[in-house]
Ligand binder design. Sequence first.
Ligand code: COA
Ligand code: MG
Length: 289
Amino acid sequence: MSRARRALLYVPGDDLHKIHKAAALDADCVCMDMEDGVALNRKDEARQTIREALQTLDFGRSERLARINPVGSGLEAQDLAAVLPAAPDGIVIPKVESAAQIVQVDRAIADYEARAGLPAGGIALLAVVESARAIVDLAQIAGAAPRLEALIFGAEDYAGDTGATRTLEGWEVFYARSAVVTHAAAFNLQAIDMVYINFKDTAGLLREAQAGAGMAFSGKQVIHPSQVEPVQQAFTPSEAEIENARRVVSAFEAHQAAGVGAFALDGKMIDAPVIKAARRVLERARAAG
Ligand code: COA
Ligand code: MG
């Protein structure tokens, strides 16, 4: 099982002050950005700053990720060349449109690992899917490389691509979100939900995070320090959920031993799929520590 990725915090790669802050927030993942969070004339500054941060800063237990520019932008090779020697835990590829783009980055990383004498496959890949084309081709994208550990859904870019207007309810991106979690489950990947851009609205953030957790997302992208803790809470099973899952599993085992498949607990039917869900709750609780 992959590590917990409940909150994935973006931080502009050219802003050392914010990177310092991000490193100390106890976020599951800190993603230092070279793409859309960085102006075109600051890409080099971002590369150097991320490299230095990776080499000198203590990120605690946070996963250290770097987001490169899209494959085909003409910037991605320099991005990789700058950050790989500083040993990030993983690379995030934005605006993924095809399996071939993932294969291309996978090979570049594999070449680097071989040259540097690192274990093959140690550096993770996470792919942001944020266009109509990517959603239509998810099965190819999700199966592109064993190094790929997570699909990330980018709602703002997706709406921009399809022409949809973003709303608080989010029905305009619901099919795409649903496709992302379904493909992630089918390919045994994690799925990381969209950003809640109104970072002053914690109640709204919590609602959206809980809905995402209920859809089986593993976590959510965040853009502000205040979003880290509420999101990590929302993606951690509560004490009551854990206790209930334990009761269900132990009652199931007792009934199985007595030769009974389906039974009632607290007025609800319990059978194999319910047990599977309960075991998943316990698994998520373990991954979150
Ligand atoms: N990571 C780390 N620290 C951050 C942060 C982030 N993503 N966003 C804000 N902070 C820091 C600020 O620097 C500030 O620190 P200070 O008090 O020491 O000066 C503090 O948290 C409070 O920030 P605040 O004043 O509320 O926000 P802001 O106006 O400085 O920044 C944004 C707002 C949206 C520009 C900022 O949150 C941000 O850059 N987010 C990430 C954007 C990004 O990467 N986008 C691309 C991926 S979608
Ligand atoms: Mg995007």
